[in-house]
Design a protein around this ligand. Structure first.
Ligand SMILES: Nc1ncnc2c1ncn2[C@@H]1O[C@H](COP(=O)(O)OP(=O)(O)OP(=O)(O)O)[C@@H](O)[C@H]1O
Ligand SMILES: [Mg+2]
Length: 373
C-alpha cells in the first residue's frame, strides 16, 4: 500500500473536512498497478497556503477551488505548470464558474468537478486523477530506463569496435616500420588478419543498421508478396561456400511457392541469421537440415544443426542484444551477438514466434512460425 497525498485548497472549511472524511477509508487499485493506494489529505484555506504546501511537502494530487480570498486558483495552477511539477490538479468549482474551470484544463488542470459534488463523484474524480498520475510517472520512468539502455548499448558498441580497430592499427604499424623486412609476402598473415577484423566490423555495422531500422520504423515498411521459397534458396546459396569448406552437408525440404506478405529484407534477415549460425556453430563434417513448410494458417521454418549445441542455462539470454556464449567451442568463432536479437524482433513484428531446442554437444534447432494474416 502506498499513500497519495491530496492537497485541498478551498476557503470553505466544510468542503475541506468533507473531502477529508470521504477519502479517509478510500483506496484504489488497478490491475496494472503494483500496489493499492490510500489517501492522506492536507488542507489549505487560501491559495498562498496551498502554494506553501506545494513548495514544502510532497503533494501528489490537488483539489483546487478557483474563487479564493487572496490569489486565485488559476494563479496556483500557473505556478504548478510553470514549474512543471509532477502532480495532477482537479478544479473544484461552483456551477457559476464552470467556464473558468474548463479554461483551467487548458492551463494544465487534469480535470474539474462542479460543486456541490457527492462522495461518489469525488471518489470517481480522485480515482481517475490517481490513475493519470500513475501512468504519467510510469512513462517518465520508462523513458529514463530507455536512456539507460541506449547508454549501455553505446558503451558495448564502442568496445566492440575498439578492439578490431586497435588490431588493424597494430598490423599496419608493423608493416609501416617494415618489421619483417621489405618483402610483401612476409606480411600476408597481417594482411589477412586485418581483412578478417574488417569483415567483423562490417558485419557488426550491418547488424546495427538492421537494428536501428527495426527500432525506428513504426510499421511503415514497404511490404509486398515475398517468395519465401526463393529467399530461402538464395540464403542457402550464400552459405554454400563455407559449408563446402567445412564439409557440412545441407539437407532441405522446401515447399514450393511459399508466399508471405512481408518486407523482403526482413525475410532475408531471418534466413541469413539462422543459416549463418547453423554453419558457424556447426562441427566439421556436420549436417544442416532446413524445412520450410506452408500450413493452412502459418508458415513454419526450422533450421537444425549438428553443431556444438547450447547449454540449457544459456538458452534464455540467446535473444538479448550482444549475447555471445563463451566457452571452449566458441572461443575462435567471431560474431557480434546481435543476429538473434534482430531476428527475434523481426519475427515478432509479424506476430510470429521463435523457439529454440538444443542439446549441448549435439546440436540445435530453431523454429520460426509466421502466422498467415
Ligand atoms: N546454431 C547455434 N548453435 C550453437 N550456438 C548458437 C547457435 N546460434 C547461436 N548460438 C549462440 O548464440 C550466440 C548469439 O547468436 P547471434 O546470432 O545473436 O550472434 P553471433 O552469431 O555471435 O553474431 P552475429 O551478430 O554475427 O550473428 C552466439 O554467439 C552463439 O554462442
Ligand atoms: Mg549469428
Amino acid at each position: 500500500m502506498s499513500t497519495i497525498r491530496v492537497l485541498v485548497v478551498d476557503d470553505e472549511p466544510g468542503i475541506r473536512s468533507g473531502i477529508e472524511r470521504v477519502l479517509r477509508n478510500f483506496t484504489v487499485s488497478y490491475p496494472f498497478m503494483e500496489e493499492d493506494f490510500d489517501y492522506e489529505v492536507i488542507q489549505a484555506a487560501t491559495g498562498e497556503e496551498g502554494l506553501e504546501h506545494i513548495k514544502n511537502s510532497q503533494v501528489d494530487l490537488v483539489l483546487l477551488d478557483n474563487k479564493l480570498p487572496g490569489i486565485q486558483g488559476t494563479e496556483v495552477l500557473d505556478y504548478i505548470s510553470k514549474n512543471r511539477l509532477d502532480l495532477a490538479v482537479t478544479m473544484i468549482t461552483s456551477y457559476a464558474s464552470l467556464d473558468l474551470a474548463v479554461a483551467a484544463t487548458g492551463k494544465g488542470a487534469y480535470n474539474f468537478v462542479p460543486k456541490p459534488f457527492t462522495p461518489a463523484e469525488l471518489k470517481t474524480a480522485i480515482e481517475s486523477a490517481s490513475k493519470h498520475l500513475y501512468l504519467k510517472r510510469m512513462t517518465l520512468q520508462m523513458n529514463a530506463q530507455g536512456r539507460e539502455m541506449r547508454f549501455k548499448f553505446l558503451s558495448v558498441l564502442s568496445h566492440e569496435l575498439k578492439s578490431p580497430l586497435s588490431a588493424i592499427e597494430g598490423y599496419l604499424n608493423l608493416m609501416n616500420s617494415r618489421v619483417l623486412g621489405s618483402n610483401l609476402e612476409e606480411y600476408d598473415e597481417s594482411i589477412n588478419r586485418s581483412l578478417e577484423r574488417i569483415k567483423g566490423m562490417r558485419s557488426l555495422i550491418m547488424d546495427l543498421l538492421d537494428l536501428t531500422r527495426l527500432e525506428t520504423q513504426s510499421g511503415e515498411k514497404v511490404k509486398s508478396k515475398v517468395d519465401l521459397t526463393a529467399v530461402t534458396n538464395m540464403a542457402l546459396d550464400t552459405i554454400q561456400p563455407i559449408a563446402i569448406q567445412r564439409n557440412i552437408n545441407v539437407i532441405t525440404h522446401i515447399d514450393q511457392d511459399v508466399n508471405f506478405f512481408a518486407n523482403s529484407s526482413d525475410m532475408e534477415i531471418i534466413l541469413n541469421n539462422l543459416l549463418s549460425n547453423a554453419v558457424k556453430y556447426n562441427k566439421d563434417n556436420g549436417l544442416i537440415t532446413l524445412n520450410l513448410e506452408k500450413l493452412t494458417d502459418s508458415i513454419v521454418l526450422t533450421v537444425e544443426d549438428t553443431g556444438i549445441g547450447i547449454e540449457e542455462e544459456d538458452l534464455e539470454k540467446l535473444f538479448t542484444e550482444f549475447t555471445r556464449i563463451k566457452n571452449e567451442e566458441t572461443r575462435f568463432i567471431s560474431g557480434s551477438g546481435l543476429g538473434l536479437s534482430i531476428l527475434k524482433k523481426t519475427v515478432e513484428s509479424y506476430n510470429g514466434t521463435i523457439e529454440v531446442k538444443s542439446k549441448y554437444g549435439e546440436g540445435t534447432r530453431f523454429t520460426v512460425v509466421l502466422p498467415l494474416n
